[in-house]
Design a binder for this molecule. Structure first.
Ligand SMILES: Cc1cc2nc3c(=O)[nH]c(=O)nc-3n(C[C@H](O)[C@H](O)[C@H](O)COP(=O)(O)OP(=O)(O)OC[C@H]3O[C@@H](n4cnc5c(N)ncnc54)[C@H](O)[C@@H]3O)c2cc1C
Length: 371
């Protein structure tokens, strides 16, 4: 039986990052059930929002650590992965919904400005913000080129000697005191350490994880714009509207349409029920709300795509060792907001495997505390 220092299950952004970090430290096997860069999970597509703006300092600091590593990966690979556009968190005047975000950014010394609706309209004319609104502007935010980032992480791993196998599903997982043994259609493999980064399929491998995972079928829309000038990346920050939770991007991967989506309201599905069909009614509602906020954006959906969220009940990630098995790390339950942390997740996995519990503050992401 082939034996490795470590095996990584899954090549979404979490697994790809773990593969790159572990490959610098030993002989690694990376297993993917589908083709690399497939579009059936959670990490595909042209773009993801990168931001430091969270209402908990622990997330802000993890985003800062990811920021450094995205830049290091860009320098190492020569790829442009993160386009800084700045970011707007849109709140409601007098509701205090932006206060915890502003406080967490301040505590972590991440730059932020509070803007009135009028200031937003003048500085970023794409936005027609009502006078009952206000915003936080974070200059560090931007757009991550999603599929290209995953490809770059996997290439990084391969260039460090990782063995990458696509169309190789792990069908059985046995955890022993001194390592793990996995079954695949092409035979059994073993390793001293394991990282499970299986996204929406995590429950299939770890049925008693202790943190419930729920899968949602999400969708993103590309809406035609009437005027590209105000929707240019240098003039339109990415945004999250905290009233109703739609979010979106300036023009990026499509020249004539910008991407928007709704973080809430997606149906819970099983992997069998999951389709690649867009919910037209839900799309029309999202498009209407987006065009109210962005008058230069029409409600014409020129393209749409589905994608999976894997949600935990508190929407905090699972980043932890499997209880009782310090040589197995689980990274799951990214609840629709994990991509931005991709570049640091590999080092998080290595720190967990090495028992370096001070390397990152992971107190939000433990298994035992949430079981
Ligand atoms: C519509 C949408 C918009 C989003 N927007 C943002 C955003 O703006 N900013 C942000 O930070 N995050 C965002 N996210 C969240 C982010 O994309 C995810 O959190 C992240 O991609 C999760 O990555 P993953 O590696 O855990 O999962 P996945 O990418 O799904 O990877 C898991 C991999 O494991 C493989 N696998 C599973 N089981 C097995 C097995 N038994 N054997 C072998 N391989 C297996 C799967 O095939 C898959 O490739 C968004 C997500 C969606 C769906």
């Amino acid at each position: 039986m082939e034996r490795f220092d470590a095996i990584v299950i899954g090549t979404g952004v979490a697994g790809a990052s773990a593969a790159a970090s572990l490959a610098r430290r030993g002989r690694v096997l990376v297993l993917e059930q589908f083709d690399f860069l497939h579009e059936r999970g959670s990490s595909h597509g042209g773009s993801r929002i990168f931001r430091h703006a969270y209402d908990d300092e622990r997330y802000v600091r993890l985003a800062q650590a990811a920021d450094q590593r995205w830049r290091a990966l860009e320098a190492r690979s020569g790829e442009r992965l993160l386009l800084r556009t700045g970011g707007l968190d849109l709140g409601t005047l007098g509701e205090g919904d932006l206060d915890p975000i502003e406080a967490a950014l301040g505590a972590a010394s991440s730059p932020v400005e509070r803007l009135t609706a009028d200031e937003v309209r003048r500085r970023f004319p794409a936005y027609a913000l009502g006078d009952d609104r206000e915003a936080l502007f974070s200059p560090d935010a931007g757009v991550l080129a999603a599929t290209r980032a995953v490809a770059t992480l996997l290439r990084d791993a391969a260039c460090e000697g990782a063995v990458l196998r696509e169309r190789t599903p792990v069908t059985e997982l046995a955890v022993h005191d001194d390592g793990v043994e996995l079954a695949t259609p092409s035979g059994r493999v073993a390793a001293d350490r394991l990282v499970v980064a299986a996204g929406a399929w995590t429950d299939r491998l770890l049925s008693d994880l202790g943190v419930p995972l729920r899968v949602e079928q999400q969708q993103v829309l590309y809406l035609r714009v009437t005027d590209g000038r105000v929707h240019a990346p240098e003039r339109m920050p990415v945004f999250i509207d905290r009233r109703g939770m739609i979010y979106g991007f300036p023009l990026f991967e499509r020249p004539h349409a910008l991407k928007v989506s709704d973080h809430e309201g997606a149906p819970t599905v099983t992997l069998e029920e999951r389709t690649f069909d867009v919910d037209v009614e839900r799309a029309a509602d999202t498009a209407r709300r987006a065009s109210e906020l962005l008058p230069g954006v029409t409600t014409e959906v020129v393209e749409a795509q589905t994608c999976l969220y894997t949600k935990t009940p508190d929407e905090h990630f699972v980043l932890d060792r499997l209880p009782g098995h310090p040589h197995v790390v689980v990274m799951a339950g990214f609840s629709g907001h994990g991509f931005k942390f991709g570049a640091v997740l590999g080092d998080v996995a290595v720190a967990l495997l090495d028992g370096e519990d001070d390397a990152f503050d992971l107190s939000l992401f433990g298994i035992a505390v949430r079981g």
